[in-house]
Design a binder for this molecule. Sequence first.
Ligand code: HEM
Length: 189
Amino acid sequence: MTDHTPTPELVTRNPEQIPGYTYGTDKVSPSPLTLLDLDRLKEAVWLTADDEQALRETAEVLADQAEGMVTAYRARLGDQPWRAGYSGHPDGTPNPEYSAASKPRFDRWIIDACTRPLDQHWLDCQREIGLRHSAVKKNKTDNADSLDRVPMRYLLAFTAVVIATARGFLAAKGAPLEQVDRMHSAPNP
Ligand code: HEM
């Protein structure tokens, strides 16, 4: 397997050159969800135009921390042998090539999550990311041999870790507490 490790600049400025990154291309199959479904999802979490603006501000604070954030997440994901089989070899031993190849796409997701317009491409890409954790597409992009799916319960549980730990990164550049709260708690009901 080739070492695909890209520079941070590739992640922030030229994501289309990240191997396996397909956002907005015809390599991503359409999500079965429609824009009406997306509107309802926004309403389900009370996401307002103000909140979307807060997300844009978030990108300015997080873009150059994305690499470090994902390194921290990955350290947690690999810290138990039973868990390491999803991102290493099936027996939990490390697979540095797979980690190096898939990580820049996760790094870029931090920036995309804050900056990409919430449209059909967004829906399609979120589905693609989901598929890459499922038996349909996991391991395929990087030709890896890890366990063939991450069970949904771990994906759902890990969202709490992602959200909770984001606060420290949002505060890392000295933004006033009020702005940190706004970025962290958008959407605000
Ligand atoms: C909130 C939960 C999670 C988020 C937001 C997330 C996000 C991502 C993203 C954006 C990628 C890159 C997808 C791509 O474009 O190729 C990725 C890949 C990956 N993630 Fe996650 N992840 C989550 C939970 C987990 C968990 C719990 C595990 C393991 C226990 C995990 C293991 C992996 C692996 C192994 C890959 C590479 C998948 C492949 O073979 O293409 N992720 N993740």
